[in-house]
Design a protein. Structure first.
Length: 132
């Protein structure tokens, strides 16, 4: 959780997927109810992403592109005494997933921010082990 407060957060999400082989598309939308400690003001946030995956001719290799972002009503105070009424940002990522063995998958991605409040860049690497 990005905006952890020590209180419980609740996230409700919707995932819609469509496959037109060799392409897979996924639309994800979620609303997170941020737990608010007493005498603090935190606002909920909405996350969204659109991902397109392509199954290459090499078995086990999938490449992807993703547009994603978030929107929330932020309560950040500036030195001027003014508060932002909202925070919105947008980013793009590209990456790949490769199945090394039947139960081992390696994923990696690189993302860049496309708007003012977005993180400048990020790099993710993950190894997943699936067991029965």
């Amino acid at each position: 959780v990005i905006d952890t407060t020590g209180e419980a957060d609740v996230r409700l999400g919707l995932v819609a997927s469509k496959t037109l082989f060799p392409y897979h598309t996924h639309l994800n939308m979620a609303h997170t109810f941020i737990g608010t400690p007493p005498k603090q003001e935190r606002s909920d946030r909405q996350d969204y992403s659109l991902t397109v995956e392509y199954e290459t001719t090499r078995p086990g290799l999938i490449v992807m592109g993703r547009l994603f972002g978030l929107a929330s009503k932020a309560s950040h105070e500036h030195a001027s005494g003014n508060a932002d009424s909202s925070e919105k940002w947008f980013a793009a990522a590209t990456g790949a997933s490769y199945q090394l063995r039947e139960s081992v998958v390696v994923d990696g991605s690189v993302a860049i921010g496309l708007s003012h409040h977005a993180p400048d860049s990020s790099f993710n690497l993950r190894v997943s082990y699936h067991y029965n």
